[in-house]
Structure formats: C-alpha cells, structure tokens
Design a protein around this ligand. Structure first.
Ligand code: GLN
Length: 544
C-alpha cells in the first residue's frame, strides 16, 4: 500500500489547556482514519518523563505499562495506537526525555560528536527528529503521527516542540499540527468557553508553531458561534475547528471526526488530495457495541487502592478493552466490577458474593498486598465452576492455589512474596535474582514476544486454532518445573510451553467450564474487530 515516491508526511498532535482529555485517542483515531483512506500510517508517543521507559513508573499514577512485541515498556497510549491502527508497533514508536538524553549522552561518551560541544539545542531536538524519522522508515509510513505528551506552555515538552518547529521550518508542506484542547462549560455560566484554547494557540505561537486544526474536546458539541470564534481568534481555515464532545465509547471517535471530514482537512494541509474514508467496519463495530442483547457480569479481582490522577481503568486499560472486544464478538456486553481482594482476607465469608458473577479475571500484578485474598478467590472459582481467566500473576497464583489446596502443600508460594518458602511453585531464575540483588530493575524483566507451543486437545489450542503462538510478556518470576508433573497429573494441565526455554506459559483445569491461566499478557494483542481468542472464549463461557 505505501507508495514509493510519495514524500513522507508528519502530523503532530499536541495538547492544550488540560491533560487527560483524549490526545492519545485522537492520535489513534487519526491513524485509523488515514488507514481507512488507504494510507500506511504509524504513530509515536513522545513522553516528557525523564524515566527511560514506563516500566519503572507506578501504573496507578501513570496508567498501564503497555508492552510491544520487541519488549519495550511503553505508555498506555501505545495500546490505543495499536488497537486503532491495527498494526504492531515497536520501541521506535516510543520515546521519553530520558531516552533521548540517554542516547545523546551515550553518543557523546563514544566520541560520536567528534569533539564538538554537545548542547541541549540543537543536539536534543536533532535526536528527537532522528527518532521520528526512524519510526517513519521502519514502518514505511506515508503518514507518521507523533503525539507530544503534556500540554503546550509547560517546560517539560519544550524540546519536543522545538523539534517540530525545525521539521516544519525545513519542509513546511510536510508537517501538520493538530491541537487537542479542552473547552470548559462553567456551571454558573452554562456556556462553552473558547478563551483557554485561544491561549493554548498563543502558547504554541510563542514557540514558533501554529496549530492548523483544533480538536475541541468538551462536554458538548461545538456550536456555530464557537466554531467561528475559534477559527477567527485562533487563525484557522474555515471549519478547521472540529467538535469532539464526550462520547460513550472511544471507538466512536474516528467516526465522529470523519463526519466533519477531519482526515481530508489534514491531507489538504499536507498538500495531498482528499480521499474517501472506508469506516464501514468501524461503524458495524460501534453499532454492535451499542446494540448488544446479552450481558455478562465480570469481577476483576486485585489489590486496589485510591489512585492519584489515574484511575483503575487506566491501570488495566488493555484488559478492559480486550473484554470489550470479546463481548462484541459474542454479541454481548460485559459489565466490569472491581473487587479489592483484601476484602476476602478480612472476611472470607464474603467470597460467596462471587457467585453473582458470570466470570472472574485476575489481572497482572506485583508484590505482596492482597495476595491471600486473590488465592482465596481462585479457590472459590475453581470449586464453584465459575469461569476464570488469570493473566500473568493471575496464572502464577492459580498454580500456587492448586498446589496448596489440591496437592496439600499448604506452604506453597511464590518467592516474590516468601523468599524462603519450602514449596517455591513460582520461583526466579539465577539471572533474574542477580538483577534484583544489583538493583537492576529497569527493562530487565522477561519482556516482549515469546513463542508458545500448545497441547493438542486443550481449550487454549482450540481457542487459537493453531499449535504455535506468540504472546507478549512482562514478568520476573516463573513456574517452577519441579512441580510440573505433579500439577499436571492432578488436573491442572500444562498446555502451553515455550519451545526454547521449556518455561510453562499456560495452565488450564481439565474439569471446569473455563479455567485458564496464562503467564503472558494476551490483552496487549486484542484488537477491536479481532478479539483475542482466549478473551473471546472466556466471555463465551461466561454467557453459557
Ligand atoms: N509479579 C509477577 C512477576 O513478576 C507477575 C507479573 C505480572 O503480573 N505482570 O513475575
């Protein structure tokens, strides 16, 4: 599809007024639109954090850590890019301030600057531009969309904006700038205010940039008066202020933007001819979500606590989306409820409430808190035939529960919680132990895509419909193969194994409607119109 001779084009999405108003979803939706116009497109995130990757950030503060096939620990927005563009991204699609500086400093140490003074400007923006162009090349993209994290006017993203300025200066016709801004409706006034967005455009002007198009987020539609005001006061072409009110499902956003011909407007800025957008599949998908007849109630059990800026939904966004895709595939909707596992530690009688749910998911996690409550949960769903999907920690804890309560080894544990346990069902290999001892935490887990061989006749094999799969990982601990024979013989079947390392990747209960634990994170590979097979069959079981 990518045309050989066409000049690559670059779209930058920046934020104004507030963060958290949907810059990531707008970026992803523009990608979906360009793809639906027949362009090859890719998307990048430029994160202002000094962290080298998102792996060292607390998900309750920063949101989910999204893992790419090549093992990069990235921002949750990358998940939306993959889901909306329906492509696999790589570490070239993600940068942080820390990562940019680290490569400049490493180059300096290796004499790559040949004795010159290495300066914040131009060397940092140059490195940013190099990375944007590398992503374009790697994906052979006609259109490369880069989301600049944070909002304009902050110190933190100023060097990213300087990189945009330089790219625009060099090739003005190849760069378009989209400002996603928020238009508040103060309760005592009751009308939408454009002034903060005018200030955001001015803040962009101060760093030598000018937004070509404004996506006006807010609680309601942009009316004619405000559309014209934004055009006038922010210096936009006619109708280049796009209305983007809150919608029930993020998957409506590409459709909403295309109703206003947003894609063609950006193409015009980039000097490209307008094209038709084929959003038929998206429309079907959204219609299906809105009109689902069946419903299942899913309990997501984990250690939860009051979060900072981010909510639980941000920490588990890929799990939530995967459940949504699976529900759509089954013609249903899933209603998720978050249950704090510590409830089941204080009062095990409360476990009975799980009977009200059609299925239970235990998502990935780390550490000690709430673990016994999760183990109690898993015992309850195992004994009561409630469909269960365990993701990463949810698989490890299912193995521990089984060894404790079926094999009778009550001290069974993971060394992550009890380093001296006599039954380390989940253990750690020597190289990982060394990482922990030497405080080497950044980017050292078992990360990215690994193969998994599936056992004939298993539920997993049936779900995938193929014998060899590849899934993404992010964990430090592993199932201990000393327990493999016993566990399998007693009915928790080892049905997925990595062919090179012989590590256990999938377990499932033989005599249970659906009880599957996976060492990997299938949620990362679920796509709106291509539901992940395990989520799909889990939801199917919850509807049975
Ligand atoms: N804490 C476990 C490990 O490190 C599981 C990780 C996860 O659930 N992502 O192995």
């Amino acid at each position: 599809m990518p045309s050989k001779k066409r000049r690559p084009k670059f779209v930058f999405v920046v934020g104004g007024v507030l963060s958290g108003v949907g810059k990531g979803v707008t970026t992803a939706s523009l990608g979906a639109i360009f793809r639906a116009k027949g362009f090859s497109a890719t998307a990048l995130k430029a994160d202002p954090y000094v962290n080298v990757d998102a792996g060292t950030m607390n998900p309750t503060e920063h949101g989910e850590v999204f893992v790419t096939d090549d093992g990069d620990e990235t921002d949750q927005d990358m998940g939306n890019y993959e889901r909306f563009l329906d492509v696999n991204l790589t570490s070239t699609n993600y940068m942080t301030t820390g990562r940019v500086y680290l490569s400049v400093i490493t180059d300096e140490r290796e004499m790559k600057y040949k004795g010159r003074c290495v300066q914040v400007v131009p060397h940092i923006p140059e490195e940013i531009i190099r990375r944007i162009k590398a992503a374009q090349k790697m994906h052979n993209a006609d259109i490369t969309i880069t989301e600049v994290g944070g909002t304009v006017g902050e110190y933190e993203n100023i060097l990213f904006l300087e990189a945009v300025r330089q790219m625009k200066l060099k090739n003005p016709g190849d760069v378009a700038i989209v400002l996603v801004s928020y238009l508040p409706v103060p309760a005592h006034i009751g009308e939408m205010k454009t002034k903060p967005t005018q200030h955001a455009q001015r803040a962009l002007n101060q760093v030598g940039l000018h937004a070509d198009l404004i996506v006006a987020r807010g609680p309601m539609e942009l009316d004619k008066v405000r559309r014209e005001k934004l055009s006038n006061m922010c210096g936009l072409r006619k109708d280049y202020a796009i209305s983007a009110p809150d919608v029930p499902s993020i998957y409506e956003i590409p459709i909403k933007l295309e109703d206003q011909d947003t894609g063609n407007k950006i193409l015009t800025v980039l000097g490209l001819s307008p094209r038709k957008t084929n959003l038929l599949r998206w429309k079907k998908f959204v219609h299906g979500i809105d009109n689902a007849k069946k419903q299942s109630r899913i309990a997501v059990v984990g250690k939860y606590f009051a979060t900072g800026d981010f909510t639980l939904a941000d920490s588990y966004i890929s799990v939530i989306e995967a459940l949504r895709h699976a529900a759509w595939h089954n013609g249903s909707r899933s209603v998720l409820e978050w249950i704090d596992s510590e409830e089941f530690e204080k009062d095990p009688k409360k476990l009975k409430m799980l009977k009200e749910y059609d299925g239970v998911v235990v998502p990935g996690g780390f550490g000690t808190r709430g673990i016994e409550g999760i183990i109690n949960t898993i015992r309850f769903v195992r004994e009561n035939n409630i469909p269960y999907l365990g993701l990463c920690y949810g698989m490890q804890l299912a193995c521990i529960e089984f060894v404790r309560n079926v094999l009778g080894k009550t001290e069974a544990h993971t060394v992550e919680v009890d380093d001296a346990t006599v039954h380390p069902v989940i253990h750690v290999n020597p190289s990982q132990r060394k990482n922990i001892r030497e405080n080497r935490y950044g980017g050292t887990m078992r990360l990215g895509a690994f193969d998994c061989q599936l056992k004939q006749g298993s539920k997993a094999r049936k779900a995938y419909g193929t014998a060899l799969i590849s899934e993404r990982h992010r964990h430090r601990y592993e199932f201990n193969n000393d327990y493999r024979t016993e566990v399998d013989a007693a009915g928790l079947k080892i049905v997925g194994v990595n062919p090179e390392s012989d590590l256990v990747e999938i377990v499932e209960l033989e005599k249970h409607p659906f009880f599957v634990g996976v060492q990997f994170h299938p949620e990362f590979k679920s796509r709106p119109m291509r539901s992940h097979p395990l989520f799909r069959d889990f939801i199917k079981a919850t509807l049975a």
